[in-house]
Ligand binder design. Structure first.
Ligand SMILES: [Zn+2]
Length: 140
């Protein structure tokens, strides 16, 4: 089996599997391959393009820690340390960090989720917050 990235006359791209390159030619000629979006049989192989993942920038992808690299090991240790010694407050992190900073709650070690924007705002208020990129294993 061989997979081809195809594109229809209206510009929809989709993938299709073929027994071989020859069978691709035959099926396209017989107009047996149709676009799943519009039903057009005017399809051809899509030009090769670098893979782009939706929802994540290429930069984030490049900076993401991967199993086996040093950053990954460091982050993993740090995360394990946080889990053992700090309280997970989740998305409430920016709020909790502020409360602690302004003495509304007792100071303790916390960790959680904050957007880049929020982390920046905290820093501008003089609240130390270290952004941690998510580890791949957390998406399991
Ligand atoms: Zn189409």
């Amino acid at each position: 089996m061989i997979r081809f990235a195809l594109i229809c006359a209206r510009g929809h791209d989709f993938d299709a599997w073929f027994g071989s390159g020859d069978s691709y030619d035959e099926q396209v000629e017989a107009r047996a391959v149709v676009c799943p979006y519009c039903g057009s049989a005017e399809v051809k192989k899509a030009p090769m393009a670098p893979a782009v993942r939706k929802g994540r920038s290429a930069l984030a992808e490049a900076l993401a820690p991967r199993e086996g690299n040093k950053t990954y090991a460091l982050l993993k240790n740090l995360r394990a340390h946080l889990k053992a010694n700090a309280e997970h407050v989740g998305p409430a992190f920016p709020e909790e960090a502020r409360k602690m900073h302004y003495g509304e709650t007792e100071a303790r070690s916390i960790y959680g989720e904050a957007s880049l924007e929020e982390a920046k705002a905290l820093r501008e208020e003089g609240i130390p917050a270290v952004p941690l990129p998510p580890l791949p294993e957390e998406h399991n």
